[in-house]
Write a protein that binds this ligand. Structure first.
Ligand SMILES: *Cc1c(COP(=O)(O)O)cnc(C)c1O
Length: 383
């Protein structure tokens, strides 16, 4: 409930100070995005100059590809996970086409083996090796939105660098969900949105990580804007663009403060709770959900969990495939007050979130599953 006062505070500052709110008041707007950075550093494992909050995820993906996808006639391929989030697929296809390549020749997708749902790390690394001379960029999700699989970002980065590629990650489903150490893992760049696990309000701004080694790289190609220009000289309205040190040098515009206020409020909660403690609870919460579904399966073998069973290979989400009537089950659960998500063809995504879900709620959810299985005609129970 801290979002409302945070927005109210901005409205009050606006009504009192008008345009001067950019420079005055408790949280001047020209600096506002910076108040979010310390907590984000903890969440992704980065230094302050490696992070900036700006735009939305897909916009940032395009901006970062301008800098970090620099294909040549020899090295032009992008390796990504098969079944990536559609917006990423569209962005990447359009970038490849923009550079004059065809998506068929330039995009290499890594898929699970026949009959499997998850990607094997060895297959990802082997694919990188197979295209070693021709791969320009490796762009993976951190946690796959559909299966909930948390990839080994450090191993992927290491292999990518070995073959001379740049490595970036889309952390939409990873930030605030799983522990991340982007700086130490040596990741080149990463990006995220804030409206999933970060609870920052619909369409609130995304964030970007750019490794320190690019902090002072004025010659790295980028699409520039006045907010990325040297802050001390920004309002001198000079002709020549001098990028700010670090990720802030990729900013284009003055930030929408009303969208940032609830993100600031949300990050204060993450700061208070601490990612380590959240993760510790998350592992137990999801394991409990998994246990209850396994128990239920002993009576009605109806649910298949496609998310990895190892805690270090997943966040809080379990993707559950229902053998019969998945969509009906989804509607049944919604009707009984569970907030969850349906993905074609038959997957229910359940994400008990350590910030605000309880073990009792997980138990109640399992009771609903149980009630539903006894409501619908299920073929012969086993055992
Ligand atoms: C949600 C999501 C997006 C979309 O983010 P926008 O901020 O709406 O552009 C992109 N990629 C992934 C993996 C997502 O989960």
């Amino acid at each position: 409930m801290s979002a409302q006062p945070a927005i109210q505070q901005v409205l009050e500052q606006w009504s009192k100070l008008g345009v001067e709110g950019h420079f005055e008041g408790e949280y001047p707007w020209t600096q506002y995005h910076k108040y979010l950075v310390p907590t984000l550093c903890d969440l992704v494992g980065a230094k302050a100059e490696e992070i900036v909050v700006m735009n939305t995820l897909t916009v940032n993906l395009h901006l970062l590809m301008v800098s970090f996808y620099r294909p040549t006639s020899v090295r032009f391929k992008i390796i990504m996970e098969g079944g990536a989030f559609p917006s990423d697929q569209y962005a990447i296809q359009s970038q490849v086409t923009f550079h004059g390549f065809s998506p068929e020749e330039a995009i290499v997708e890594v898929f699970p083996r026949a009959g499997e749902e998850l990607l094997r790390l060895e297959d990802i690394l082997l694919t990188i090796e197979q295209h070693s001379e021709t791969v320009a960029l490796i762009l993976f999700g951190g946690v796959n939105y559909y299966t909930g699989q948390f990839f080994d970002l450090q191993a992927i980065t290491k292999k990518g660098h070995q073959v001379g590629a740049t490595v970036g990650f889309d952390l939409a489903h990873a930030i605030g969900n799983v522990p991340l150490e982007l700086h130490d893992w040596n990741v080149d760049f990463a990006l995220w949105c804030s409206y999933k696990y970060l609870n920052s309000s619909p369409g609130s701004l995304g964030g970007v990580f750019i490794h320190e080694r690019y902090a002072n790289a004025p010659h790295l190609p980028r699409f520039a804007g006045w907010w990325g220009h040297d802050e001390a000289r920004r309002f001198l309205m000079e002709k020549t663009f001098i990028p700010m040190y670090g990720a802030e040098g990729w900013q284009l515009s003055n930030s929408p403060i009303l969208a940032l206020a609830p993100q600031k409020a949300s990050l204060a909660l993450f700061e208070a709770a601490g990612m380590e403690r959240l993760r510790a609870k998350s592992i137990r919460l999801t394991a409990y959900l998994e246990y209850l579904i396994h128990q239920l399966n002993k009576i009605y073998p109806h649910f298949e969990i496609i998310t990895p069973s190892q805690p270090h290979e997943r966040g809080c989400q379990l993707s559950v495939a229902a053998k019969h009537g998945g969509k009906d089950l989804f509607h049944y659960l919604i009707k009984h007050g569970v907030i969850l998500d349906w993905r074609e063809p038959n997957v229910i995504r359940v994400a008990p979130t350590p910030m605000y879900n309880t073990f009792e709620e997980v138990w109640q959810f399992a009771q609903l599953l149980k009630n539903w299985t006894s409501l619908v005609a299920i073929p012969t129970p086993v055992g």
